[in-house]
Design a binder for this molecule. Structure first.
Ligand SMILES: Nc1nc2c(ncn2[C@@H]2O[C@H](COP(=O)(O)OP(=O)(O)OP(=O)(O)O)[C@@H](O)[C@H]2O)c(=O)[nH]1
Ligand SMILES: [Mg+2]
Length: 341
């Protein structure tokens, strides 16, 4: 079939497009060839693992039957969409197939896309609300998930929108953590509030909220330590930071952003549930979607954590963080070589 004959997009073209470091506002895939190509390129491994195998199944002439449905389920589960989410998704696909009276496998792709979009729900981009100034964002996640990098990218984005940004170094656990954050803040043009090594994280954050209020900051972003989620004290500390923020500023934290590493797959969901108990998560950033075959995790996040994916990270550059747009994501997952949308 046509889809089987189409090969993956060549990497050199994608790499060349990756050289552009502009910080354009998010747009839909149809409007922005460059960004969509980059998204597609980043999802190449996931697409190979998941959707190119699916398109091998969904050929004209093959009958839709239970055997086919089970093969699709297996591919989805292997691509880190997860058992629970896969079963839910496929129940919906079966219902749609029945309702529409479909019989040929080639008709399933559009049904699958539509049901994945249904599961992802409406896009809920992370937005700074001026009325809540300073708009406070508490960033959580395990070691190495990409918290500090995501904060750097976010700070840069808010700065490019003309916002006054303060970043709090709530990770006082590692000596190098503040320095890493300081470099990102300098690049982004954001102020950094730091307490020094061994300072109490909650007190650094408390000071930062007051600084943000007194200096009329628009946005305060709080970095935190990411020691293993299995160590209870970390969760206690994070819960305390959340409470301290709320006491210092009404409604804070306005956003509790959990950063999960897209290369980790299903384990990230288990971690997410632990964090969610410490401080209720309002949004998720999935990082490192470039270079992982486990991008199917994005589909499972909302269904399993209850909070939507708001941001995706597809590289280490300042502009490699984007608002999550479900339609673009699904289009990029199913895209063939040369397909623009
Ligand atoms: N390829 C790729 N790498 C990323 C992305 N986001 C973060 N990284 C890399 O992941 C590594 C860890 O990122 P950090 O931002 O330091 O992670 P962290 O969660 O702050 O880690 P701790 O402070 O140790 O808890 C760094 O080498 C980043 O450059 C991404 O979207 N794509
Ligand atoms: Mg960090």
């Amino acid at each position: 079939m046509l889809k089987n004959l189409l090969k993956r997009r060549d990497k050199s073209r994608a790499a060349a497009e990756g050289g552009d470091s502009s910080q354009a506002a998010p747009e839909s895939g149809a409007q922005q060839g460059g960004w969509f190509q980059r998204l597609k390129s980043s999802l190449a491994k996931t697409r190979k693992q998941l959707f190119s195998r699916l398109s091998g199944l969904l050929q004209i002439g093959r009958k839709i039957d239970e055997e086919l449905m089970e093969e699709i389920e297996e591919i989805l589960i292997q691509s880190d969409v997860g058992v629970e989410t896969t079963l839910r998704l496929m129940d919906n696909v079966r219902a749609a197939v029945k309702a529409k009276g479909l019989g040929d496998a080639s008709e399933l792709e559009s049904v699958l896309k539509a049901e994945i979009l249904n599961l992802l729900g409406e896009d809920t981009p992370l937005a700074c609300v001026p009325a809540e100034s300073p708009y406070t964002i508490l960033v959580l996640g395990v070691n190495g998930a990409g918290k500090t990098t995501t904060i750097g990218k976010l700070a840069s984005r808010f700065r490019s929108e003309g916002q006054h940004v303060i970043v709090a170094a709530g990770d006082t656990f590692r000596a190098a953590a503040e320095d890493q954050l300081a470099i990102w803040c300098e690049r982004a043009g954001a102020e950094l509030i730091r307490g020094g090594e061994q300072a109490e994280p909650a007190s650094v954050v408390f000071d930062a909220v007051h600084a943000a209020q007194h200096r009329d900051a628009d946005v305060l972003i709080v970095d935190t330590a990411g020691r293993l989620h299995t160590k209870k004290p970390l969760m206690d500390e994070l819960a305390k930071i959340g409470r301290v923020m709320g006491r210092a500023h009404e409604g804070a934290p306005h956003e509790v952003l959990l950063v999960i590493d897209g290369t980790v797959g299903q384990n990230a969901l288990i971690q997410a549930k632990v964090f969610n108990e410490a401080v209720p998560i309002t949004g998720v950033a999935v990082t490192k979607l470039d270079g992982t075959a486990k991008g199917g995790i994005v589909i499972a996040v909302k269904a399993e954590i209850g909070a939507p994916v708001k941001l995706i990270g597809i590289g280490e550059r300042l502009d490699d963080l984007r608002d999550f747009a479900a339609a673009d994501f699904v289009a990029a997952l199913f895209a063939s070589e040369g397909t623009e949308t």
